[in-house]
Design a protein around this ligand. Structure first.
Ligand SMILES: NC(=O)c1ccc[n+]([C@@H]2O[C@H](COP(=O)([O-])OP(=O)(O)OC[C@H]3O[C@@H](n4cnc5c(N)ncnc54)[C@H](OP(=O)(O)O)[C@@H]3O)[C@@H](O)[C@H]2O)c1
Length: 322
């Protein structure tokens, strides 16, 4: 157990107190480790927390700080920092590269998550693990529920599904959140790429037969903080949940909205079928997620994707002015 040397005057003494004693006297906040904090979702979580008061003390790690493929490193970090909640935003997300880079994909996306589950079970931490809509095969014609049959089509989707199974069997008290089509202020994503290409090209061809819902990573980050807050009020509701923004569209529809909301003229957008845009990884054609479970369980309302996209584009515009 780590020893802390802060003032103990209010305890009537000057001696060092253990972490356990600090908890007892209510002197320390609960400790949350956000893994993958250099990625889109992790960075949005960090930004959100920097702007809002929290009852938690957050620790943020990228792969250079903590490599989740190394079980001992994970165990040591969690033990030494007395972590109580783990939020796993880490993944190898280059879906097409995963098809050829199978070993790395499995190491991070499957075994990395499994290591976190092992450490969570050993040190009695609550784990929130982030997963993907790519666990589905996209053959449904109504929004996927948490208990809909899974059947991943890609190496990435298969590794993420094995991670879910490992988390649920090793640390069954965990929460898994499947999300989809993430974009954010950070790293490269569809919105930022479209904005760049629309300013460079006269015409863009975009897939119009893959249906899903874009997700502003900041909305998911906020949802995760709500889930953590609820946990501290004794409402930890383990299980699988779906989170994306509300509504549905195609990549073409998404691009059209980006163009319209950004007042871009001149770049023609042309819808094409998936067969005209071959990729290494097979994408599911339909991954709209049913979000009623997460909304009803944690009592929040998820914004429509168009509302969040507009909010994001306004933020980007403000940041670019500075
Ligand atoms: N992006 C999407 O459209 C999408 C869609 C559905 C689900 N998801 C899921 O949502 C979650 C967040 O995705 P994201 O877009 O925020 O990911 P991202 O931007 O690609 O970031 C990935 C994060 O994982 C970290 N990471 C990679 N390998 C690691 C390792 N061995 N040890 C520790 N950390 C490692 C990276 O750290 P470094 O940068 O420091 O290397 C980075 O912080 C993931 O679970 C992903 O599968 C994403």
């Amino acid at each position: 157990m780590a020893i802390y040397t802060g003032s103990t005057k209010h305890l009537g003494g000057t001696e060092k107190v253990t972490m356990k004693e600090q908890y007892y006297y209510g002197l320390v906040q609960k400790r949350v480790l956000v893994i993958g904090a250099t990625g889109q979702l992790g960075s949005e979580l960090k930004e959100f927390n920097s702007e809002h008061k929290s009852m938690f003390q957050y620790f943020y790690t990228g792969s250079a700080d903590l490599d989740i493929t190394q079980l001992d490193a994970v165990r040591n970090y969690i033990e030494q920092n007395s972590i109580e909640y783990i939020v796993n935003c880490a993944a190898y997300t280059m879906v097409d590269w995963c098809e050829s880079d199978v070993e790395v994909c499995n190491a991070v996306n499957h075994f990395g998550a499994e290591n976190l589950a092992k450490a969570a079970a050993e040190f009695n931490c609550k784990l929130i693990h982030v997963s993907t809509d790519y666990v589905f095969d996209g053959k449904a014609n109504e929004p996927y529920r948490e208990d809909s049959p899974v059947n991943p089509l890609s190496v990435y989707g298969k590794a993420k599904l094995r991670a879910e199974e490992a988390v649920m069997s090793i640390a069954p008290n965990s929460i898994i959140i499947r999300t989809a089509w993430l974009y954010s202020s950070y790293k490269v994503n569809f919105v930022k790429t479209m904005l760049r290409l629309m300013s460079e090209k006269e015409e863009l061809t975009i897939v119009n037969d893959q249906y899903g819902t874009p997700t502003y990573a900041r909305d998911l980050a906020e949802a995760i903080t709500v889930i953590l807050d609820r946990a501290e009020s004794g409402e930890w509701k383990k299980g699988i949940y779906h989170f994306s923004n509300l509504g549905e569209t195609t990549w073409y529809g998404f691009a059209k909205k980006i163009k319209q909301l950004s007042n871009i003229e001149g770049c023609q957008l042309k819808p094409i079928p998936t067969k005209d845009y071959p990729t290494a990884a097979v994408r599911p054609l339909y991954t709209v997620l049913d979000k009623s479970k997460i909304q009803n369980t944690f009592h929040f309302t998820i914004p429509h994707w168009e509302v969040s996209l507009e909010k994001f584009l306004n933020k980007l515009r403000e940041e670019n002015k500075q």
